[in-house]
Design a protein around this ligand. Structure first.
Ligand code: PRP
Ligand code: URA
Length: 206
C-alpha cells in the first residue's frame, strides 16, 4: 500500500536535496523540513478516542490519539529523518534499529536494536530516507514484529520501485509513504536518479 506524499513544497525540497552541491548542513535542514511536511499524510488515519474537555465556557468534545507513538529510525540515515517527525510528535518514544547494508551483497547487517517496552500497543512509524532494494526496511519490520510490534507503517524520502515491490510482497498490509518514487536501481543498488548516499550526505562522511 504505497502512498506518494505529493505537495509542491515537498517537490521543491526533494529537488534541492538531490542537488550534489547541497552541503551537509543544508541537507539536514531540508530533510527535516520534508519529514515535517510528510507527517500529516503519514499520520492521517491514526485512530483517536473521544474525550471531553472543559473550555473556560463549557464542556465540549475532544479527541486523543488512541495509541502511543514510537518512531523507529533505521541507523544511520534514519536519524536525519527523525527530527522532522519528532518536532510534531514530541511525546513519541524512539526505537533505534542499527543496520548497515553490505555494499557487496546488498544485504542488511544488524548491529543494534533498542526499542521501548510499549511496542505491542504502539503505532510504530519506521523511518529511513532511502528504500532501495528494500532489504533494510524488510529486516527492520521483521525485527520489530518479532519484538511485538503490531501497528506498523514505513516512511521514506526516496523509494525505488524494486524496494516498494520487496516490502509490499513481504508485508502486504504495511502502509508505505514516500516523498518521491524514483526510476530504478543501478548495478550497485543505488537509486536513480536518487540523491546518493543519504547517510554520508547527512553526516558529512562522503
Ligand atoms: C542506506 C539507507 C537504507 C539502506 C537502503 O543505509 O539509509 O538504510 O541503505 O538500502 P536497501 O533498501 O537496499 O537495504 P546504509 O546501510 O548505507 O547505512 P547508513 O545509513 O549508515 O549510511
Ligand atoms: N542507500 C542510500 O543512501 N542511497 C541509495 O541510493 C541506496 C541506498
Amino acid at each position: 500500500m504505497l502512498q506518494v506524499c505529493d505537495h509542491p513544497l515537498i517537490h521543491e525540497e526533494i529537488g534541492r536535496l538531490r542537488d550534489r552541491a547541497c552541503p551537509s548542513a543544508e541537507f539536514r535542514q531540508r530533510i527535516r523540513r520534508v519529514a515535517s511536511l510528510m507527517l500529516p499524510q503519514v499520520t492521517a488515519n491514526l485512530p483517536t478516542r473521544p474525550t471531553s474537555v472543559e473550555t473556560p465556557l463549557e464542556v465540549t468534545a475532544g479527541a486523543r490519539l488512541q495509541r502511543p507513538i514510537v518512531l523507529a529510525p533505521i541507523l544511520r540515515a534514519g536519524i536525519g529523518f527523525l527530527d522532522g517527525f519528532a518536532d510534531l510528535l514530541p511525546e513519541a518514544s524512539v526505537g533505534h534499529i542499527g543496520l548497515a547494508r553490505n555494499e557487496e551483497t546488498l544485504q542488511p547487517e544488524p548491529y543494534y536494536f533498542k526499542v521501548p517496552p510499549n511496542l505491542a500497543e504502539a503505532e510504530v512509524i519506521v523511518l529511513d530516507p532511502m528504500l532501495a532494494t528494500g532489504g533494510s526496511a524488510a529486516e527492520a519490520i521483521s525485527a520489530l514484529k518479532k519484538a511485538g510490534a503490531v501497528h506498523l507503517r514505513f516512511a521514506c524520502l526516496v523509494a525505488a520501485p524494486e524496494g516498494v515491490e520487496h516490502l509490499e510482497s513481504a508485508f502486504p498490509e504495511l502502509p508505505i509513504f514516500t516523498a518521491a518514487l524514483d526510476r530504478c536501481l543501478n548495478e550497485k543498488g543505488y537509486i536513480l536518479p536518487g540523491l546518493g548516499d543519504a547517510g554520508d550526505r547527512i553526516f558529512g562522511t562522503v
